[in-house]
Write a protein that binds this ligand. Structure first.
Ligand code: 5GP
Ligand code: MG
Length: 188
Protein backbone atom coordinates (compact mmCIF):
# COMPACT_ATOMS: atom_id res chain seq x y z
CA UNK A 1 0.00 0.00 0.00
CA UNK A 2 1.22 3.49 -0.77
CA UNK A 3 1.47 5.55 2.41
CA UNK A 4 -0.57 8.31 0.74
CA UNK A 5 -3.59 6.05 0.26
CA UNK A 6 -4.65 6.64 3.84
CA UNK A 7 -5.21 10.38 3.33
CA UNK A 8 -8.30 11.98 1.80
CA UNK A 9 -7.99 13.36 -1.70
CA UNK A 10 -7.56 17.00 -0.71
CA UNK A 11 -4.49 16.22 1.42
CA UNK A 12 -2.97 13.91 -1.19
CA UNK A 13 -3.33 16.67 -3.75
CA UNK A 14 -1.65 19.34 -1.62
CA UNK A 15 1.11 17.44 0.19
CA UNK A 16 4.04 15.15 -0.50
CA UNK A 17 5.12 12.63 2.11
CA UNK A 18 8.86 12.30 2.60
CA UNK A 19 10.07 9.26 4.62
CA UNK A 20 11.96 10.50 7.68
CA UNK A 21 12.27 7.40 9.90
CA UNK A 22 11.69 3.84 8.72
CA UNK A 23 9.56 1.38 10.67
CA UNK A 24 12.73 -0.55 11.56
CA UNK A 25 14.48 2.57 12.88
CA UNK A 26 11.50 3.54 15.00
CA UNK A 27 10.82 0.08 16.39
CA UNK A 28 14.53 -0.49 17.11
CA UNK A 29 14.82 2.77 19.01
CA UNK A 30 11.61 2.15 20.96
CA UNK A 31 12.99 -1.22 22.08
CA UNK A 32 16.15 0.50 23.33
CA UNK A 33 14.06 3.03 25.23
CA UNK A 34 11.99 0.22 26.80
CA UNK A 35 15.15 -1.56 27.88
CA UNK A 36 16.54 1.61 29.44
CA UNK A 37 13.29 2.42 31.25
CA UNK A 38 13.01 -1.19 32.47
CA UNK A 39 16.50 -0.90 33.93
CA UNK A 40 15.95 2.53 35.49
CA UNK A 41 12.55 1.62 36.96
CA UNK A 42 13.24 -1.94 38.14
CA UNK A 43 11.38 -2.55 41.40
CA UNK A 44 9.47 0.76 41.15
CA UNK A 45 6.23 -0.33 39.47
CA UNK A 46 5.80 2.85 37.40
CA UNK A 47 2.72 4.20 35.64
CA UNK A 48 3.02 4.96 31.93
CA UNK A 49 0.79 7.96 31.29
CA UNK A 50 -0.13 7.81 27.61
CA UNK A 51 -0.92 11.23 26.13
CA UNK A 52 -3.79 10.72 23.69
CA UNK A 53 -4.27 10.64 20.94
CA UNK A 54 -0.82 10.81 19.32
CA UNK A 55 1.19 8.64 21.74
CA UNK A 56 -1.01 5.53 21.57
CA UNK A 57 1.21 3.61 19.13
CA UNK A 58 4.47 4.57 20.84
CA UNK A 59 3.08 3.82 24.29
CA UNK A 60 1.78 0.45 23.16
CA UNK A 61 5.13 -0.61 21.67
CA UNK A 62 7.02 0.80 24.65
CA UNK A 63 4.82 -1.10 27.12
CA UNK A 64 4.98 -4.38 25.22
CA UNK A 65 8.79 -4.31 25.14
CA UNK A 66 9.15 -3.53 28.84
CA UNK A 67 10.43 -6.29 31.09
CA UNK A 68 9.23 -4.93 34.46
CA UNK A 69 5.76 -4.61 36.02
CA UNK A 70 4.06 -1.33 35.14
CA UNK A 71 0.57 0.09 34.74
CA UNK A 72 -0.95 2.32 32.10
CA UNK A 73 -3.12 5.41 32.50
CA UNK A 74 -4.40 7.88 29.93
CA UNK A 75 -4.82 11.60 29.46
CA UNK A 76 -6.33 13.31 26.46
CA UNK A 77 -4.92 16.70 25.65
CA UNK A 78 -5.06 18.89 22.58
CA UNK A 79 -3.32 22.05 21.45
CA UNK A 80 -2.84 21.66 17.70
CA UNK A 81 -5.19 22.82 15.00
CA UNK A 82 -4.00 21.52 11.62
CA UNK A 83 -0.24 22.15 11.56
CA UNK A 84 -0.20 25.00 14.11
CA UNK A 85 0.10 24.88 17.88
CA UNK A 86 -2.64 27.04 19.37
CA UNK A 87 -0.43 27.66 22.41
CA UNK A 88 -3.29 26.68 24.71
CA UNK A 89 -3.70 23.18 26.10
CA UNK A 90 -7.13 21.65 26.55
CA UNK A 91 -7.58 18.68 28.88
CA UNK A 92 -10.43 16.37 27.86
CA UNK A 93 -9.88 13.65 30.47
CA UNK A 94 -7.32 12.21 32.86
CA UNK A 95 -7.68 8.71 34.32
CA UNK A 96 -6.81 8.04 37.97
CA UNK A 97 -3.20 8.78 38.96
CA UNK A 98 -2.20 7.62 42.48
CA UNK A 99 0.11 10.39 43.77
CA UNK A 100 2.55 8.04 45.47
CA UNK A 101 3.49 6.18 42.28
CA UNK A 102 6.29 7.08 39.86
CA UNK A 103 4.78 8.43 36.64
CA UNK A 104 6.37 8.40 33.19
CA UNK A 105 4.63 10.80 30.80
CA UNK A 106 4.64 9.16 27.36
CA UNK A 107 4.40 11.71 24.54
CA UNK A 108 4.58 11.36 20.78
CA UNK A 109 6.44 14.58 20.13
CA UNK A 110 7.82 17.55 22.07
CA UNK A 111 7.51 20.69 19.99
CA UNK A 112 7.34 23.97 21.98
CA UNK A 113 6.97 21.94 25.18
CA UNK A 114 3.72 23.68 26.12
CA UNK A 115 1.84 20.38 26.42
CA UNK A 116 4.54 18.74 28.52
CA UNK A 117 4.79 21.73 30.84
CA UNK A 118 1.02 21.79 31.29
CA UNK A 119 0.88 18.08 32.11
CA UNK A 120 3.90 18.06 34.43
CA UNK A 121 2.42 20.95 36.43
CA UNK A 122 -0.98 19.29 36.51
CA UNK A 123 0.49 16.06 37.90
CA UNK A 124 2.49 17.93 40.52
CA UNK A 125 -0.72 19.67 41.58
CA UNK A 126 -2.19 16.19 42.15
CA UNK A 127 0.73 15.40 44.47
CA UNK A 128 2.90 13.36 42.10
CA UNK A 129 6.56 13.82 43.04
CA UNK A 130 8.33 11.10 41.06
CA UNK A 131 7.82 12.23 37.49
CA UNK A 132 9.69 11.96 34.21
CA UNK A 133 9.05 12.37 30.51
CA UNK A 134 9.58 10.02 27.57
CA UNK A 135 8.96 11.26 24.05
CA UNK A 136 9.46 9.51 20.74
CA UNK A 137 10.33 12.72 18.90
CA UNK A 138 11.60 16.15 19.86
CA UNK A 139 12.10 19.34 17.87
CA UNK A 140 14.99 20.86 19.85
CA UNK A 141 14.91 24.20 18.01
CA UNK A 142 11.32 24.74 19.11
CA UNK A 143 11.51 23.56 22.72
CA UNK A 144 11.17 26.51 25.07
CA UNK A 145 10.20 25.25 28.52
CA UNK A 146 12.26 24.21 31.56
CA UNK A 147 10.91 20.65 31.85
CA UNK A 148 13.73 18.18 31.30
CA UNK A 149 13.03 15.18 29.06
CA UNK A 150 14.60 11.99 30.39
CA UNK A 151 14.01 9.76 27.33
CA UNK A 152 14.08 11.03 23.74
CA UNK A 153 13.75 8.69 20.76
CA UNK A 154 14.86 11.04 17.99
CA UNK A 155 15.66 14.72 17.67
CA UNK A 156 14.21 16.03 14.40
CA UNK A 157 14.18 19.29 12.45
CA UNK A 158 11.31 21.74 12.74
CA UNK A 159 9.06 20.02 10.19
CA UNK A 160 5.53 18.65 10.45
CA UNK A 161 5.51 14.85 10.68
CA UNK A 162 2.86 12.12 10.52
CA UNK A 163 2.68 8.37 11.12
CA UNK A 164 3.28 6.02 14.06
CA UNK A 165 0.34 7.60 15.91
CA UNK A 166 0.85 11.17 14.68
CA UNK A 167 -1.87 12.64 12.49
CA UNK A 168 -2.67 15.41 10.09
CA UNK A 169 -6.32 16.49 10.47
CA UNK A 170 -7.02 13.11 12.06
CA UNK A 171 -5.48 10.99 9.28
CA UNK A 172 -2.23 9.06 8.94
CA UNK A 173 -1.93 7.69 12.48
CA UNK A 174 -1.78 4.09 11.24
CA UNK A 175 1.27 4.62 9.04
CA UNK A 176 4.07 2.40 10.31
CA UNK A 177 6.94 4.78 9.56
CA UNK A 178 7.34 8.52 10.25
CA UNK A 179 6.93 10.91 7.32
CA UNK A 180 7.51 14.59 6.83
CA UNK A 181 4.60 16.41 5.19
CA UNK A 182 5.70 18.83 2.51
CA UNK A 183 3.33 21.40 1.06
CA UNK A 184 3.65 21.00 -2.72
CA UNK A 185 3.19 24.71 -3.25
CA UNK A 186 5.59 25.91 -0.58
CA UNK A 187 8.22 23.14 -0.54
CA UNK A 188 10.14 22.70 2.70
P1 5GP B 1 3.84 21.38 22.03
O1 5GP B 1 2.83 21.60 23.12
O2 5GP B 1 5.13 20.75 22.54
O3 5GP B 1 4.10 22.61 21.22
O4 5GP B 1 3.17 20.41 21.01
C1 5GP B 1 3.02 19.11 21.33
C2 5GP B 1 1.85 18.46 20.63
O5 5GP B 1 1.59 19.05 19.34
C3 5GP B 1 2.20 17.03 20.37
O6 5GP B 1 1.77 16.23 21.44
C4 5GP B 1 1.47 16.74 19.08
O7 5GP B 1 0.17 16.32 19.38
C5 5GP B 1 1.43 18.06 18.35
N1 5GP B 1 2.53 18.17 17.36
C6 5GP B 1 3.66 18.91 17.45
N2 5GP B 1 4.43 18.78 16.36
C7 5GP B 1 3.79 17.90 15.55
C8 5GP B 1 4.10 17.32 14.26
O8 5GP B 1 5.13 17.58 13.63
N3 5GP B 1 3.18 16.45 13.76
C9 5GP B 1 2.03 16.14 14.41
N4 5GP B 1 1.21 15.28 13.83
N5 5GP B 1 1.71 16.64 15.63
C10 5GP B 1 2.58 17.51 16.19
MG1 MG C 1 0.80 14.66 21.66
Amino acid sequence: MDSRDVFPYQVVRDYDLFPLLTEEEVVGRVRQMSAQISEDYAGKNPILLCVLKGAYVFCSDLSRAMTIPHEMEFVKLSSYQGQQSSGEVQEHFLTHIPAERPVIIVEDIADTGTTIKYLAERLRSLGVTDLCIATLLRKPDQYRVEEEIAYVGFDIANRFVVGYGLDYMGYGRGLRAVYEMIDKNLGR
